[in-house]
Design a protein around this ligand. Structure first.
Ligand code: ADP
Ligand code: ADP
Length: 231
């Protein structure tokens, strides 16, 4: 099954006495190892599409499947588990905890749930170190956010999103807070991760330079999708 499927997904938000249709019967399939650029003007529905795929907003109509499993049927706790294990969510701001080191940022979720055994903890620490190395942060594992640059903080954020076994990476303007050079490096990193980890990656971006680093572009307008460039 494809990693991510949306079938005729509609999202209506309440708006005064009526509703706003943020997504209008959107269908989209993203395969493993595919890097998709999601473009379109402000208010066209990009964030809503990411939120529906992230199971943070429920569709008014239509179906969302991750790895062939219907998301709506999972219930709240099943969706939370899906987010932890199958979805990597990367927003504009890294949202790191100021007092924790890079390696600790990646262990927070497991720490909250309890490690179980000493061996499980050691395995998680090992995985966190491997992922930090994979995003180019070898030697920075014990630094806290204020000791890292903006680009390095976004790399910690990306490594953290990989801590489960994500099939799908949902990325909302990852370069919003970065300068041009660091932005390019972060998007190149996401392209490499998509290949190496085989994730289905959906990235909201406004920048044509970054669209060129993707495999495919879909453009939103007024809650509808149109497929365009194949890079
Ligand atoms: P962008 O995705 O372009 O960075 P935002 O997601 O911040 O921008 O907002 C896009 C549009 O959606 C804006 O017009 C904003 O006013 C509207 N919007 C975002 N969140 C809400 C909300 N909770 N209630 C109403 N409108 C919202
Ligand atoms: P984009 O990310 O492309 O800027 P959004 O998905 O944020 O677009 O918004 C799509 C439409 O839905 C806009 O008209 C926006 O104002 C509206 N919208 C977004 N979030 C909310 C919300 N929570 N409540 C009401 N309206 C919203």
């Amino acid at each position: 099954a494809p990693a991510l499927e949306l079938h005729s997904v509609t999202v209506d938000y309440p708006d005064g006495s009526g509703t706003i249709t943020a997504l209008d019967q959107v269908s989209l399939t993203v395969n493993r190892g595919e890097f998709l650029a999601l473009t379109g003007p402000s208010g066209s529905g990009k964030s809503t599409l990411l939120s529906v795929a992230a199971t943070l907003v429920a569709p008014t109509a239509g179906r969302v499947l991750v790895d062939g499993r219907e998301v709506q049927g999972l219930g709240r706790s099943g969706q939370a588990e899906l987010r932890r294990e199958k979805l990597g969510i990367i927003f504009q701001q890294p949202n790191l905890l100021p007092s924790l080191t890079a390696v600790e940022q990646l262990l927070v979720t497991q720490h909250v749930r309890g490690f179980g055994s000493r061996k499980q903890r050691a395995t998680a620490v090992e995985r966190a170190r491997t992922l930090l190395a994979a995003v180019g942060l070898e030697g920075q594992e014990n630094k806290r956010p204020h000791q890292l640059s903006g680009g390095q903080r976004q790399r910690v954020n990306i490594a953290r999103a990989l801590m489960g076994q994500p099939s799908v990476l949902l990325v909302d303007e990852p370069t919003a807070a970065l300068d041009a050079e660091r932005s390019h490096a972060v998007v190149e990193l996401l392209a490499r991760i998509t290949r190496d980890f085989g994730t289905a990656t959906v990235m909201v971006t406004h920048d044509l330079e970054f669209v060129d680093l993707c495999d495919r572009e879909v453009h939103m307008r007024d809650g509808k999708l149109s497929e365009s460039v194949a890079a």
